[in-house]
Design a protein around this ligand. Structure first.
Ligand code: ATP
Length: 463
């Protein structure tokens, strides 16, 4: 018998009799429903019950909170029909799916199945986060995709700049793959394929097929049978081999180099590239039919600059890997890591941490003095915007002459500091808070004062 799946809910409807009936049906379908208390966090999957009269500002607020809460996800259940624009607005605002109660057969079964899946997904994502480190909303979205992809049977193409974690993600997809008798993950780096012999690397060869072919040998395709073939840097795969790979994917057949016999192999292909493969298709250096075959599901990994709030957790992870979990690291070291750029993404951060950790003499906390001189910031660039004390004095004198007191001056300076930090971090409050060393809540209050809610269902609502 299935265990009861705990689910929170929030009603945004006045159709209370219908709602009560729906709750009874969902409980009979195996969900343990409990109302969510305001600002309760980390609660796993939940349901928003709504209809076209729902108070949208409140719905938007809840969705905003859910987006920020790790492990929290929400399904919208509408008690009446909603126009499609409203449904899309809800999806954009963060609901995982939308079920219109009156329009599907067995709605209770469907909602229960969706929420159970969501529950599994959140558990897997939380586990994945211990190896694919990062807690930014952007990274959590990526991890959700990774789990979704792994649990499907699709061919997967992972794209992203160098050092963003493509190989790591590919290995996790294989690990999570739920095929019952799954075998190994075989990795081939297409940049290492030796021209002329590359067919052998992938498809194997017969004894005597070429000089040095002293014995018959299986290639990666045979070794990946009933497992996963991970082709790293797929954009480098020679055109001559692209046709053979396509056949192996479509028909499940291939020939060893020097053989006329068709062999069978069934494998899941996961590939990665930092090239724009569609542009390669336009140029004629990558086959269009192969592109569509390998990109059943494409997952774009974000650059580290797009998830800067993950710099500190990643750095903590790497310090702990190198020096053990007890190693204390001074706040100034993290401040330094936060102002730096990482064109080589996570790999560059990892290598920098390794240099800092190896310079550390071994006792006490890791401090700013452990940063190798070659990695010091560019003081010219960092120093430029800081006003001199004379300039600051002139500004404050002007404010005094406008009649402002100490509190108003303090408030003005604080407001400007918040604005500057939020704008430098492109609206990301968590990162801005890290820079200002204040709580994110203080910045939220600042932002709520002057920006509208992101959810605009009103425009989509019928009269
Ligand atoms: N989210 C992460 N958490 C922990 N370690 C990570 C993460 N992302 C990347 N790394 C580490 O960074 C390094 C680079 O990752 P990986 O080799 O997977 O990147 P890549 O995108 O495949 O790079 P390339 O395109 O250059 O082959 C690895 O040592 C990996 O373990």
């Amino acid at each position: 018998m299935k265990t009861t799946c705990p689910v929170w809910f929030l009603p945004f409807t006045r159709q209370l009799t219908l709602l009560a009936d729906i709750v009874v049906q969902l409980e009979a379908a195996g969900l343990g429903l409990h109302p969510r208390r305001p600002h309760e966090a980390g609660l796993g999957p939940g349901i928003l019950f709504l209809d076209h009269l729902a108070p949208l500002a409140e719905v938007a607020e809840v969705l905003e909170e859910v987006r920020r809460t790790p492990g929290c996800s929400v399904l919208a259940v509408s008690l009446g029909a909603l126009p499609s624009a409203a449904t899309w607005a809800l999806l954009r605002a963060g609901v995982s799916d939308m079920v219109s109660w009156a329009e599907v057969a067995d709605p209770a079964g469907l909602v229960a199945a969706r929420l159970r899946y969501q529950h599994t997904l959140e558990t897997q994502v939380a586990d994945l986060q211990r190896r694919l480190v990062g807690s930014s909303a952007r990274w959590r979205d990526t991890l959700h995709q990774v789990v979704d992809m792994a649990l499907s049977s699709c061919q997967v193409l992972i794209t992203g700049e160098s050092g963003t974690g493509k190989e790591l993600v590919a290995k996790e997809i294989h690990r999570l793959d739920a095929r019952p008798a799954k075998r190994d993950c075989v990795v081939v780096d297409c940049t290492n394929l030796i021209p002329g012999l590359s067919g052998s690397e992938l498809f194997g060869h017969e004894k005597g097929a070429f000089t040095n072919a002293i014995s018959t040998r299986d290639g990666a395709v045979a070794l990946a049978h009933e497992g996963t073939l991970f082709l790293d840097e797929l954009g480098e795969l020679p055109l001559a081999l692209q046709a053979e790979l396509l056949r192996a994917l479509q028909e499940g057949t291939y020939k060893r180099v020097g053989s006329n016999t068709w062999r069978h192999a069934s494998f899941r292909l996961v590939s990665a590239t930092n090239r724009d493969l569609l542009a390669e298709v336009q140029k004629g250096s990558f086959r269009q039919d192969l592109y569509y075959r390998v990109s059943g599901w494409t997952c774009q990994l974000p650059a580290l600059r797009e998830r800067r709030e993950d710099i500190v957790p990643l750095a903590q992870h790497f310090f702990a890997q190198l020096r053990g979990p007890q190693q204390v690291v001074d706040r100034q070291v993290y401040d330094f890591l936060l102002v730096r750029d990482y064109p080589g993404n996570v790999r560059e951060l990892q290598q920098l941490i390794a240099r800092i950790a190896s310079k550390h003499p071994g006792d006490g906390p890791i401090t700013i003095g452990d940063i190798p001189r070659a990695d010091w910031p560019d003081f010219e660039r960092l120093g430029a915007p800081v006003p001199t004390s004379g300039e600051l004095e002139a500004c404050i004198t002007s404010l005094l002459y406008q009649g402002l007191g100490l509190k108003e001056i303090k408030d003005q300076v604080t407001d400007i500091a918040k604005q500057v930090a939020i704008s430098h971090e492109h609206g990301n409050l968590k990162r801005a808070a890290l820079r200002l060393r204040c709580s994110e809540r203080i910045l939220q209050m600042h932002r709520h004062g002057d920006s509208p809610s992101p959810l605009r269902l009103q425009e989509a609502n019928p009269e």
